[in-house]
Write a protein that binds this ligand. Structure first.
Ligand code: TNX
Length: 525
């Protein structure tokens, strides 16, 4: 070969190998289920190396006659239809189909519990198996997360909808994984609450705690005490018009959450944080005089009249109506920051309210101060501020819900440039929010004492859904992972890569999130 031929041959080789790479890419992209960014991180993922293609004719096939599982099938179809534009028919079958998306309750590992699931993807079949519909529902969230991010868009997208083959086996570490929304300081519509609920569902959280009353507003209709909402619900922080949920609207929220396997924990805060009630009924005040409505942000100045029988009649009526609206087992009684209630009044008050809640068939959760009282064996103390109170609760045999303000408060600012939020418990950047273990954070509180974790969003400074989203994202996925994934499997440097890729999903969902400089967010939008 002469020199020129050599050069030609070399060039041809380069060119053909370039073509091969290009053609090869178009033909078959690498598939690796284990490299997908699933949050919370599953217990185990095995990659198959191929793809399942979601397409126009794909059907969602539900095993057997479970109405409940069929609803999960419809929920899945509704998530996938807008962006794909496909029909995605939902059908039932008596045996495993050869192709499609198959949801089944048979063959699950009972050790995975009600929320555990197994997702097996082959080139022909996507199969979700769980012991209960709840587990299939959790698995559906994994399925959403291994589709391209554009699947979350509300309108039809160009795209090929490939799902990498392999197997995910998964179940949660803690049974209680929640967030709280304060609808008392600022009121949020039913629609906003539903959107918030959808965020929790996407990250496999299972509790939405609603802070329904505070000094600035009473937000839930109580038919036997109508002024609570007509007057007590008529304003909010800053003097805006406030609002409240009728019992029908509240039932709609409970149902919506229930369809997402999310339990609503309603909170009526007492004996402090009660100015809205004290303004609505003169007889709830020891001096018999109704208070003025309050639209500021101070805490700790109000108290129910703990020595008066009217107070307990009031509480009994409120808890009775609330319990009737609550399918979940818990009623939250607040109990925090009752700075103007003498401790010798506070203790018998909490003891008596625990009895009232029990009489209406529910279990108490209260902020950690309730440990000053005599806790019933099934009462839960929510650890937010005091290590001493939390340990006292454990000493009485109570379990702890972990919501330490300095780690888990969604209203804490990210850093000193954050405009919304507060910083009394410190700044909580995305790494600090993620990088802690509920079972080792506080001396004396170990895993066996803890039912789970909760991230509260207080709303003194938060006025609309965009502001909610900015404080919640991107910290919420981290709290979800702390609740779901064992501490030994969690690592910030690895997590932050998965979180970065969720940036695209936040955008597809229209979420206005904080672009923390600690995370390499996708460029563009
Ligand atoms: C303390 S946390 C409170 C709330 C405030 C919050 C603001 C807790 C049990 N009580 O009343 O909204 O700080 O971060």
């Amino acid at each position: 070969m002469n020199k020129l031929k050599q050069i030609h041959a070399f060039a041809a080789l380069i060119l053909s190998s370039m073509l091969f790479v290009q053609y090869g890419c178009a033909q078959k992209q690498p598939s690796d289920l284990s490299a997908e960014s699933i949050i919370p991180k599953p217990v185990s993922v095995t990659a198959g190396g191929g793809y399942f293609n979601l397409r126009q004719g794909t059907e969602i096939i539900v095993d057997g006659s479970s109405e409940e599982l069929l609803k999960v099938g419809h929920y899945l179809a509704e998530r996938l239809r807008p962006a794909t534009g496909y029909k995605l028919e939902v059908k039932t079958a008596v045996k495993e189909p050869g192709r499609g998306i198959y949801l089944t309750l048979s063959g699950a590992d009972p050790a995975s519990g009600n929320e555990g699931y197994e997702l097996t993807v082959t080139e022909r079949l996507v199969k979700l198996t769980a012991a209960a519909p709840e587990g299939v529902f959790r698995g559906v969230q994994t399925l959403r997360q291994i589709l391209p991010a554009a699947i979350e868009k509300a309108s039809v997208q160009e795209g090929s909808w490939k799902i990498p083959t392999g197997t995910v086996t998964d179940y949660p570490d803690y049974s209680y994984r929640g967030a709280m929304l304060d609808v008392a300081r600022h009121f949020f519509s039913v629609e906003d609450v539903k959107r918030f609920t959808d965020f929790l569902a996407f990250y496999k959280m299972n509790v939405l705690h609603l802070h329904l009353s505070d000094d600035q507003g009473w937000r839930i209709e109580i038919r036997s005490w109508p002024n609570l909402t007509s007057h007590g619900g008529s304003t909010q922080v800053g003097g805006g018009k406030g609002g409240f949920y009728t019992q029908e609207q509240y039932a709609d929220i409970v149902k919506y959450a229930g369809e997402r396997y999310i339990t609503i924990v309603p909170e009526i805060d007492m004996p402090g944080h009660t100015n809205a009630a004290l303004a609505s009924y003169a007889e709830l005040n020891c001096d018999g005089k109704a208070r003025e409505l309050y639209t500021g942000t101070n805490v700790g100045f109000s108290t129910l009249c703990t020595g008066s029988e009217t107070t307990y009649k009031f509480i009994d009526d409120v808890i009775r109506e609330l319990a009737a609206m609550t399918p979940g087992r818990y009623i939250h009684i607040g109990g925090d920051e009752s700075h103007v209630t003498k401790v010798e009044d506070y203790i018998p008050f909490i003891n008596r309210v625990q009895e009232i809640v029990a009489a209406h068939g529910k279990q108490v959760i209260g902020w950690d101060e309730i440990a000053l009282a005599t806790l019933k064996p099934n009462t839960i103390a929510q650890c937010w501020a005091s290590e001493k109170n939390s340990n006292a609760a454990i000493g009485q045999g109570a379990k702890i819900l972990m919501a330490p303000a300095r780690k888990a408060y969604l209203d804490m600012q990210y850093d000193k440039t954050t405009k919304l939020g507060l910083h009394w418990a410190g700044y909580i950047e995305v790494d600090a929010a993620y990088n802690w273990d509920p079972a080792t954070l506080i001396p004396g509180i170990v895993k066996e004492n803890i039912i789970g974790i909760e991230a509260p969003l207080w709303t003194e400074t938060i006025t609309n859904i965009d502001e909610i989203e900015y404080m919640v994202f991107p910290r919420l996925p981290g709290y979800a992972e702390i609740g779901w994934t064992p501490a030994a499997s969690r690592n910030w440097d690895e997590y932050k890569m998965r979180l970065a890729s969720h940036g695209e999903r936040f955008s597809a969902m229209g979420i206005d999130y904080y672009r923390s400089p600690l995370v390499s967010w996708p460029q563009g939008k």
